[in-house]
Design a protein around this ligand. Structure first.
Ligand code: SAH
Ligand code: SF4
Ligand code: F3S
Length: 454
């Protein structure tokens, strides 16, 4: 798989990536790939074939943390792809959190890097390749314009547009502010320019990205300017625009107004609830109560009647009682989510919640989790029924991994849509295209239909 036409410090080398966690890492992975390829490396799928393996890690919950460390540890037993030893680089949020400690635990890790110095990776790899020592480089704040790095987009028709990094909210359970730093917004002209160039390139869907997009601009301009970003994206000519994540405390009437004004801003909002108990929300430091959350939902539905909402919910936060939990179930029923990510609380060292008394037995929490999943599924099923018999524009990704005769795509509300590939049609003609689909069947996790135009 070597490409002699490429030159650069990593020319002739192969690389593979393993990426975990949220969209921040997905986007960082595109930048890592872009840089490695600009430096001459060639992508391969398997670790066995790779001279360089880059892990982008996540530590938001313990399970992911442990699984990942297991994967990194198992690298030791895989023989090198070519003559030179394989270079293992571990970055992302565990890299940021653990730094040199990670190499103490796993001595075959050549490079540890963090969330603020992705731009140094090629240099770190080159030095190691030329005989330098293993290195752990973690910076407290970014010293680079993270948005100026080359990108290798996974799907050419879909672009992640980071508008800000970091988080200032310090929800008491969450490690993200410690591993991603404080909120830093990109200058608004840069965001506008990127949106315009994506539209000019013919990208179909842009996803504006940040831990808390609603407060975009506050650090640079004194007050948030997210509504202006939405307006710009609304006028950009892009077929579809989405944004994640919104914090309920920061979503403003101006933002809702802009959101409602442009049909290419897709009618779906991820609005993390976390808990339906006001007492727990306070302990979580979420800065809203259920009354305020429901007001936001009403404002949204008033302006965008067809909007679909999704959410994140944590079960088993320290001290959560049966009553608190039942309040969460009631909120899920009342809001009517199209989907929800549900998590069992995971204690993260260094966060305030880690110090809170936590004596609920695991079986009780697991039982609550199972009951929550049932209610979420019921809600998702009911919401999806609204689509049955309706004609929808679907942005196709390509064929399903499990069934080469089934096309996969997304509805405006971000529902997964399955459509049989028409006889004799080429799946490649669908990837990245929007086509009208008649929805014939609505299930809990997906819609199924047929092409409306043949
Ligand atoms: N910035 C986003 C997402 C952050 S992480 C937001 O504020 O919504 C994604 C989700 O992981 C969170 O919404 C939360 O539901 C969950 N999460 C974060 N820390 C957790 C922990 N310690 N245990 C369980 N779930 C957690
Ligand atoms: Fe974590 Fe809260 Fe920030 Fe989201 S808003 S990243 S949950 S601290
Ligand atoms: Fe995980 Fe880091 Fe995202 S901890 S959720 S990858 S910001």
């Amino acid at each position: 798989m070597e490409d002699s036409t490429q030159s650069g410090p990593l020319s002739g080398m192969t690389y593979s990536q393993r990426t975990f966690g949220c969209q921040m890492n997905v986007h960082d992975a595109e930048r890592v790939a872009g840089m490695l390829e600009a430096a001459g490396a060639t992508r391969v799928e398997t670790i066995e074939e790779a001279d360089i393996v880059v892990f982008l890690t996540c530590c938001v919950r313990e399970a992911a943390d442990v699984r990942l460390m297991g994967q990194v540890a198992s690298m030791k037993n895989i023989p090198p792809a070519h003559d030179a030893p394989r270079i293992v680089a571990v970055g992302g949020c565990i890299g940021q959190r653990d730094g040199a400690k990670l190499q103490e635990a796993l001595s075959h890790v050549d490079i540890v890097f963090g969330t603020h110095n992705i731009g140094h990776l090629v240099e770190l790899i080159s030095e190691r390749r030329e005989g330098g020592k293993p290195v752990a480089e973690v910076l407290e704040v970014s010293d680079e314009d993270v948005c100026g790095l080359p990108i290798r987009r996974e799907e050419p028709w879909r672009a992640w547009v980071p508008i800000m990094t970091g988080c200032n909210n310090f929800c008491t359970y969450c490690i993200v502010p410690y591993v991603r730093g404080r909120e830093r917004s990109r200058p608004i002209e840069d965001v506008f320019a990127e949106i315009d160039s994506l539209a000019a390139e013919g990208v179909q869907e842009a996803i504006l990205l940040g831990q808390n997009v609603n407060s975009y601009g506050r650090d640079l301009y004194g007050s948030p300017r997210f509504s202006e970003v939405l307006e710009h994206a609304g006028r950009s000519g892009l077929a579809r625009v989405r944004f994640i994540t919104s914090h309920p405390k920061d979503i403003s009437p101006l933002t809702i107004e802009a959101f409602a004004s442009y049909p290419n801003l897709m009618p779906h909002l991820h609005l993390p609830l976390q808990s339906g108990s006001d007492r727990i929300l306070k302990l979580m430091n979420r800065s809203y109560d259920t009354g305020r959350y429901l007001e936001v939902v009403d404002e949204l539905r008033d302006k965008i009647p067809d909007i679909s909402l999704s959410t994140d919910i944590i079960v088993g936060f320290p001290g959560e009682t049966e009553e608190d939990f039942c309040d969460t179930l009631s909120m899920v029923e009342e809001v009517g989510y199209g989907s929800a990510y549900t998590f069992i609380y995971s204690r993260r060292e260094g966060t305030p919640a880690a110090e809170m008394e936590d004596d609920t037995p695991h079986e009780v929490i697991q039982d609550r989790f199972d009951r929550l999943v049932d209610v979420v599924q019921k809600s998702a099923y009911e919401q999806n029924q609204k689509e049955a018999g309706v004609r929808l524009p679907v942005l196709f990704d390509g064929v399903s991994k499990r069934d080469g005769a089934m096309l996969n795509g997304k509805s405006p509300k971000d529902q997964t849509v399955h459509v049989p590939l028409p006889d004799g049609a080429d799946a490649g003609d669908f990837a990245g295209r929007i086509r009208e689909v008649e929805i014939e069947e609505a299930r809990t996790w997906y819609l199924k239909g047929r092409l409306a135009d043949g």
